[in-house]
Design a protein around this ligand. Structure first.
Ligand code: SAH
Length: 356
């Protein structure tokens, strides 16, 4: 097993069989995390980039079987933030040192492309040195282009699972893995820094699907990779399905760091939800991004993707202080810079947009 870890660390690749044995085995976790940590330090030192997450709408037109925001969930409390609220969150976040704002939401048709562009350009006008990341689901290429032209820098769209048959077990017929992948390639071609990613332990997932996720990402070469455990939500068809485990999620995270040394990889909220020190363990297994919540405290509990999602009632300021301390306590350095992707191999880093 240590040979496979060494091979991954040196060549960023391994055969399907080798990956399978690593994914299935718990016996070498420590060696795997240590290798991932070496690779993250070689590429990003001890930096942990902070992203201010603004969950601006809990309305969604989709009906994904795993998600608490799904349209059919009549118990969900729905809210949406106005442009002025979003700018207010960003202002508070800027004061706390954030230089990346992530606007995430359900697919809420209330926000037209013009409204999204208006919000993005207002953010870029007020905070020109900050990156704006969108995470608002599947759109047409034209829509993605218009947000980019308005100034959006990055886009997070987890592929969820790269296997078509598995995808259709997690989603209604109106959604397809093919269209989700089309979106990711469109975003890339337009020039966004692009984030893909998948849930670990989602219903019906086997090691084969996890390998397919890694292989898909080798083709896509995403800049950001979001990996978190599936966690059931009581008002969804998957309410009785078991959650993904901490161990498997950390192994996938570490393997991902070894295969994608340049990637920005968050220690996700879902990881912090299944274990009190999940995010710290994620950092030690190769993650280098943390996304504290900047949403107004009174709506935070309603962005409920899964049961018991951590969303302390703390004010943003307080949670940022606490998070900063926790990052330092495990030997890393919270960094408020934009934290753009750093690609090795002679390829120059992507110049931040608007900075020549
Ligand atoms: N509408 C946007 C944002 C979705 S929410 C989009 O389509 O991209 C962000 C992520 O939360 C999803 O991509 C999914 O991977 C994750 N998520 C949703 N429900 C979850 C659950 N029950 N357990 C764990 N992660 C979940």
């Amino acid at each position: 097993m240590t040979d496979i870890i060494k091979k991954l660390e040196v060549s960023c690749d391994a055969s399907d069989e080798e990956l399978k044995s690593l994914i299935d085995s718990e016996s070498c976790d420590t060696a795997l995390y240590e290798a991932a940590d070496r690779v993250r330090r070689a590429n990003y030192g001890t930096d942990v980039y902070m992203r201010g997450l603004i969950e601006f709408t809990s309305y969604c037109k989709n009906d994904c079987f795993y998600c608490g925001l799904r349209r059919s969930n009549r118990s969900a409390v729905r809210y949406r933030l106005e442009k002025s609220d979003i700018l207010g969150c960003a202002r508070a976040g800027y004061g706390l040192g954030f230089r990346t704002f992530v606007l995430q939401g359900g697919e809420d048709m209330h926000y037209t492309d013009d409204m999204i562009c208006d919000i993005v350009s207002a953010l870029k006008a007020e905070f020109p040195e900050c990156a704006v990341t969108l995470s608002i689901g599947e759109k047409s290429r034209e829509s993605y282009q218009s947000y980019y032209d308005a100034g959006a820098d990055r886009y997070l769209l987890r592929h969820e699972t790269a296997d078509n048959a598995h995808y259709s077990k997690l989603h209604p017929d109106t959604l397809s893995a093919e269209n989700r992948k089309r979106c990711l390639y469109d975003l890339k071609e337009i020039g966004y820094q692009v984030g893909a990613g998948f849930m670990v332990g989602s219903p019906y997932q086997t090691v084969n699907e996890l390998i397919a996720d890694l292989r898909f990402m080798q083709k896509l070469e995403p800049d950001m990779i979001g990996i978190g455990p599936f966690i059931p939500h009581r008002d969804t068809p998957f309410r009785d399905m078991p959650a993904g485990t901490l161990g498997l999620t950390l192994r996938m995270l570490a393997i991902t760091r070894l295969m994608f040394p340049y990637a920005l990889i968050p220690a996700t909220t879902a990881l912090g939800t299944i274990s009190p020190d999940g995010r710290e363990r994620g950092l030690r297994a190769g993650a280098n991004v943390i996304m504290p919540n900047l949403s107004p405290a009174d709506v935070r509990k309603y962005y409920e993707l899964y049961n018991n999602k951590i969303c302390s009632g703390d004010e943003a300021a307080e949670s940022v202080l606490i998070m900063g301390r926790r990052i330092k306590d495990c030997g890393y350095t919270p960094v408020s810079a934009r934290g753009d992707v750093r690609r090795g191999g002679g390829e120059p880093p992507l110049a931040p947009r608007g900075v020549s």
